[in-house]
Design a protein around this ligand. Structure first.
Ligand code: HPA
Ligand code: MG
Length: 225
């Protein structure tokens, strides 16, 4: 049997964080003063996120970096991931002396209140995505749980007849009735816990936190609407 190291590595869908993972103590990390007491732990430190993104960028570049890339960022939670991912793709294409243009468009869904997903899902963003026609499209999402957003977006994007569509998800949550299909590029596969930071919010709070953290009961009560 011939096995190739690179192929073996690509079979891992992402960094798996086990159910028992209780995170790092907050005392060990630097985080904004105004969130003291509002967090339970540092779940994924910022540096770890950044390093993982470099790996995703490398894989993306290898797969679809031969053509111009149209990046579709799912707001608001995806803005940091998208920005860091695109920067890393650009940096790696430059150091490989590859010519690659990236263009970023933004799309938004509204579906979460407190820490609960609401039923109705609607796209707010440019109605006309005709610039996707014939292009290689990379959808960038911070978090995939039920996969509903991802499916809806894939369907929507397909109607504009792109050449190819790939999905990058920083986090995939292990939820009951979770996404049937994983994104093409996965950062971390995490337990079913509500996380904040790195642009992920709880009622618009915590987006300004660099690490991905678990919110405390105090934090939940404090920022409840
Ligand atoms: N945190 C923030 N937003 C989310 C999450 C989460 O854990 N899951 C789905 N949207
Ligand atoms: Mg949100």
């Amino acid at each position: 049997m011939t096995t190739n190291m690179a192929d073996d590595q690509r079979e891992e869908p992402g960094v798996v964080i086990k159910d028992g993972w209780s995170g790092y103590s907050l005392e060990l990390f630097n985080y904004p003063e105004h969130y003291k007491g509002d967090l339970e732990c540092v779940y994924i430190p910022h540096g770890v996120i950044m390093n993982r993104i470099e790996c995703l960028a490398r894989d993306i570049l290898e797969d679809i970096g031969h053509h111009d890339m149209m990046v579709l960022c799912v707001l608001k939670g995806g803005y940091k991931f998208c920005s860091d991912l695109v920067e890393s793709i650009k940096a790696q294409s430059r150091s490989a002396s590859r010519r690659l243009t990236t263009r970023v468009e933004f799309i938004r869904f509204k579906s979460y209140l407190n820490d609960q997903s609401t039923e109705d899902l609607h796209i707010i963003g440019p109605d006309d995505l005709s610039m996707l026609k014939g292009k290689n499209v990379l959808i960038v999402e911070a978090i995939v749980d039920t996969g509903k957003t991802m499916r809806a977006l894939l369907q929507h994007v397909e109607t504009f007849q792109p050449n190819m569509v790939k999905v990058a998800g920083l986090l995939v949550k292990r939820v009951p009735h979770g996404a049937a299909e994983l994104p093409d590029y996965v950062g971390f596969i995490i337990p079913n816990r509500f996380v904040v930071g790195y642009a992920l919010d709880y009622n618009e709070y915590f987006r300004d936190l660099n690490h991905i953290c678990v919110i405390s009961e105090t934090g939940k009560q404090k920022y409840k609407v």
